[in-house]
Ligand binder design. Structure first.
Ligand code: HEC
Length: 201
């Protein structure tokens, strides 16, 4: 390269504006040098760009996932209300026949009772995810405003219910009918305690 430019110099020097050419060559030389020395840099820049694109794509995927879970956490109030009522319906569906057996209105069936007790215990904690902020309205609901204004007590009552349903499921498998009746009573009391304070008639 240096050779080529140097080679042309005598030819250019023969022209009238001969001196301008070496000066031009001297000016352009760093440019050409720069062009060649930056060429590998440009390639690495390209590789960097590919890597950056991949990182950006990965970050986008993570962000999209986070956005999706955030959207999930901010479910529409009517969906949250339907969800909690649905979960309570499952609990009630199973709790009714258990009450009937305990009260002697329907024949006691140990396995059937134990299965329903297990169903209730499995679902017991689920309705409470449906009482998030802003779900006090948006669809017909019997939840009182106190659910949100006294949320610590509401949560304590929910936890108590979950605890007692877990005990009931265990006793239903192995306990005597007397013990089962006692624990069913204790569990039912946790439903009533919350309904009295937090559910409209
Ligand atoms: C910590 C409070 C709390 C506890 C404990 C609780 N509930 Fe409820 N329950 C509610 C509230 C509040 C509603 C009204 C929900 C709504 O309408 O949005 C409700 C509604 C219900 C419904 C009506 C669902 C529907 O819309 O058709 C049933 C059935 C029910 N509960 C059964 C039970 C049973 C059985 C238990 C005990 C094993 C229980 N609940 C324990 C607060 C509670």
């Amino acid at each position: 390269m240096k050779h080529q430019i140097a080679g042309r110099m005598p030819l250019a020097a023969n022209t009238a504006k001969g001196l301008a050419v070496p000066r031009f060559a001297a000016k352009i030389k760093p440019c050409i040098t720069a062009l060649f020395t930056t060429a590998p840099n440009r390639r690495s820049t390209l590789i960097e760009r590919v890597v950056m694109f991949k990182i950006a794509a990965a970050l986008f995927a993570v962000t999209a996932t986070l956005a999706a879970s955030a959207a999930f956490a901010q479910a529409k109030p009517e969906d949250a209300i339907a969800y909690r009522q649905g979960a309570f319906k499952i609990i009630g569906w199973n709790f009714g026949p258990m009450a009937g057996m305990v009260q002697g209105r329907i024949p006691y069936d140990k396995d059937g009772f134990a299965k329903r007790a297990a169903n209730v215990a499995a679902v017991a904690a689920m309705p409470f995810e449906g009482f998030g902020p802003g779900t006090d309205a948006g669809a017909p609901t019997k939840a009182k405003a106190e659910v949100w204004s006294k949320s610590a007590d509401f949560k304590a009552k929910a936890d108590k219910m979950v605890e007692e349903t877990t005990k009931l499921a265990a006793i239903a498998k192995t306990g005597s009918l007397d013990d089962i009746k006692k624990q069913f009573g204790a569990t039912g009391a946790t439903c009533k305690a919350c309904h009295d304070d937090y559910r409209n008639k």
